[in-house]
Design a protein around this ligand. Sequence first.
Ligand SMILES: Cc1ncc(COP(=O)(O)O)c(C=O)c1O
Length: 335
Amino acid sequence: MSTVLYYDRGRVALHAILRALHVSAGDEVVVPAYTCAAMIEPLLRIGITPVYADIDRATLSPVTVAEHITPRTRAVIVQHTFGYPAPVVPLPVPVIEDCTHIGPGSAEAGTRGVAAFHSYGWGKPVFAGTGGSAVVHDPALAAEMQTRYAMYTTPPATRDLMTAALIAADAVPRRLLCGKSTVIRFANTDYGWRMCRTAQLRLPGRMAAARRDLGVRRKILTAYERGLDRIGVRHHPRPGPDAVPLRLPVRVFGKDSVLREAAECGVELGGWFRTPVHPLAGDDLATAHYAKGSCPNAEWAANHLVTLPIRFGVRPADVQRALRFFERLKARGHV
Ligand SMILES: Cc1ncc(COP(=O)(O)O)c(C=O)c1O
């Protein structure tokens, strides 16, 4: 039996797991390059040094994790990027699975490490407004986390208001939000909060909906795959017969101009991760302990991959608009 605990965000859940594992300042944790600053934030907050393992271009997951393990390594984080389950191999340190991009349908992901964490925030497979959870498999770790959970508090009502605003924004068609994703960002992470009441109330319904919507999302994926194959555009292979990814990565040339043009045409195209530790650039990458040039494949992916949304609500007309857009890109050698 696993223990599930709910926190204000996915990163708060990760922070709680690391603290309960007694990972502390000066320790190292191996993470994939080609990730999100949100995943690194809790490590930096504790004073942990993230050690970046470069990814494989085909799978988007690191293949060299073991090489990065030193006597100072206290854990490894395996990230199932865009919902493509990454391998979890036996290692001499605890493995934590980042399941923030994993929805129902990828049954094994999140079951093989000592613990996994999920996010219910914007753009995730199960959207409750805000929120995150830790699913803890190791009994000793679960007991430690449960004891510590008593210290976490219910957030103030302003958190519920913000969550309600995000839920309302989710009803706006995405093509109207293209290129405007910054308006929905907020940064007020409190590492002592549980999940707010509004998100808690919404979560069970959204989880059931996510399971129900799997068939529709599989059809959207199939439509994109067939269309892209027809026009000869290279895209990421399916993660398995049943799994439906969160986003479908497609390789492009001239990513910035492709994203600009997509926004102008009302085509929903994801640019993240735009740097190996998205969206950090310049000196901020060094602050996150990422050395430029150290993970060439992650940098390649950040410069060349865009992603198509595989979420309920994408209409056949949206798929066709995206495919016409890729047809034009193909004609100009951008894919
Ligand atoms: C790969 C990855 N890990 C962790 C997180 C953190 O999730 P949250 O925003 O709920 O803290 C995100 C959020 O975008 C993410 O993309």
